[in-house]
Design a protein around this ligand. Structure first.
Ligand code: DGL
Length: 272
């Protein structure tokens, strides 16, 4: 079997996996959450790169020929180095793709005011990947970036629906509205954040669109597979999904089943 690998620091990549499976249900998928070491969002460039490379190599060893980094932090801090420096040495025929470029590409059709807000982890915001990539494609779009360091820990600890979450959701939403009152679109630049959607919607006025990445990434992958039949042809189509976690698998199963609304049974693995 040659599944498509989907990697995230934890549960966030599940929001990408479910949209990819909705659009491309026939392929086999292997999901890896590095829950033992999440969150990645406040870690240094070197560490995020090291952890992400370990995960990519592990997924390759399990047969993947195509891996999606379903994590903005890893896409911002590790993707380019892996693509340019590591892949040629590991296997030039394998592919690693991220989530930032597919999201930025969609911006043109999403905003009329040409003012876009991005909420993301401190790591993604510090990299300025969203403003840099947007400036290359659509220089007339102004991007305001707000780091939300508490959102991933809230989700990883299953507090997304709790009353305590409201304080930090409101805090960063208010910062965004204050930073640029002209935004008509707010991108969730972290794959965990859709799990906070009901609360985010509560604190962002209805005239501002809140955009999760899952569907954008899924459409971009579909497009990529059409343009690259040599890669698509190597990915098997059995319609299966298998889950790997670096933390306690029972905890992963419980939370992942909640997030995906379907029973999940994961396998514990170690990344080195
Ligand atoms: N889902 C990751 C992202 O998209 C989460 C980061 C984290 O572990 O802090 O950035």
């Amino acid at each position: 079997m040659t599944p498509i690998g989907i990697f995230d620091s934890g549960y966030g990549g599940l929001t990408i996996l479910s949209e990819i499976r909705r659009l491309l249900p026939d392929y086999d998928y292997l999901y890896l959450g590095d829950n033992a070491r999440a969150p990645y969002g406040s870690r240094s460039f070197d560490i995020v790169y090291e952890f992400t490379l370990q995960a990519v190599k592990y997924l390759f060893d399990r047969g993947c020929r195509l891996v999606i980094l379903a994590c903005n932090t890893a896409s911002a801090k590790a993707l380019r180095t892996i693509q340019q420096n590591d892949l040629p040495a590991i296997d030039p025929d394998r592919r690693v793709l991220g989530v930032i470029i597919p999201t930025v590409e969609a911006l043109d059709n999403l905003t009329s005011s040409r003012h876009v807000g991005v909420v993301a982890t401190p790591g993604t915001i510090l990299s300025h990947s969203y403003s840099i990539e947007t400036a290359k494609l659509y220089p007339d779009i102004e991007v305001s970036e707000i780091p939300c360091p508490m959102w991933v820990p809230i989700i990883e600890n299953n507090e997304a629906d709790g009353d305590g979450a409201d304080y930090f959701v409101k805090k960063y939403c208010d910062e965004m509205l204050h930073r640029d009152p002209e935004i008509d679109t707010m991108l969730l630049g972290c794959t965990h954040y859709p799990l906070l959607m009901p609360k985010i919607r509560k604190y962002i006025p209805d005239n501002i669109r809140i955009i999760p990445q899952g569907e954008l990434v899924a459409r971009s992958l579909e497009n990529y597979l059409t343009r690259h039949p040599e890669i698509a042809g190597q990915c098997t189509k059995g319609g299966t999904v298998h889950f790997l976690t670096t933390e306690n698998p029972e905890k992963f199963d419980r939370l992942a089943s909640l997030f995906l609304s379907t029973p999940v049974t994961s396998e514990k693995i170690t990344l080195v």
